[in-house]
Write a protein of this length. Sequence first.
Length: 372
Amino acid sequence: MSVKMEYKKQVDAFCDAKHRITAAELLRLAEEKGAEDKTYIEEKGTVIDFTEKRNRRAAWKKVLSAACIAIVFSLVATTTALAATGKLGELFRKIFKDETTADLVEEGYFYEINQTATEGIFRVDLMAVTGDINTPKLVFEVYVDDENLTSCNDRICLSAYTLGEEQYENELDLYTTFDSWGVKDETIDNLYHVSFDGASAWISHGEPVVVSVREIRFEHVAQPYFVNLEYRFALPQGGLHPIIQEYYGGVRLPSGEGDYYLNYAEFGEYDSRCSFMFPYDGISLEGQYATPLGLEALLQMQWDSFETGLTLVVDGVEYGMCSEGKCTIYRDETGEAGPPGWYHGWVMFPAVNATAAEEIYLKQGENRLRIK
């Protein structure tokens, strides 16, 4: 099965929990591993020590774009250059209540796009992209030429594709849209602001990207408005804040549900992510399921128990998994991201300062895996 088909299999989980890494990303990490890592694994009772490893950090520089397009619209003739005037950071801080992104914008991690598209009663401006490599955030301004709608709806929702150009033009049926709600401007009654989490697999790595808004919904209107508003851009490297990436290549962490193997960890500004893989030999669960779907459900149930009980311990402070949603495991049939036939899943924790931390553990019951 191709990487793209595996990605499709993960779409539901991505919708629930925002930014999930794809099999393609796993493959990229493995390919970039380069020289053989020198590792040392020491088991003392229930503690597995894995502290001497290759440390890969993205060394991306900041970039600012002063490009700004003057847009004329019959309803409201406002401006653009949000970032250049400091309004983009203010938007995240005051409107979206997002201090993390506001800080990143003020540090210079953003790229202005300033593209506009109109259809019917809607004008939707894609203003900028910001965030970190794992969590790119698209900033939209939505103008609505319908006083009845705007007078009784303070919130609006966009459904959009965020895909690579090739995927959008040739493989659209393999993917789905994602949703994000926005809020009405405090002073302009027909203007809404939307912060939209895009797909990092394409946006963050300099590929030509297509953003296509397909539905617009209002909180007090049952039926969506179907549109086709399209934007194309390629984000220069350095536009997003770097993350810390640590590759482990499969270090065992035993649990009551069996052995799981840590493949890599990523520490970003919004969350911390740990990717695991695990084998299934077809024997240990024999007789506990009747169909292949039953097997998948059983393995998923075991994974759910594993990830729910997993915690990240940073300098003695313990963090449970984030509540955005549980991961759906998938099987890597051809071995594109690990041993053929192994299953993959990942767990997302709150953001931590991995650089400053003295000691980081993953804890599952009485078992601990030291990763720093």
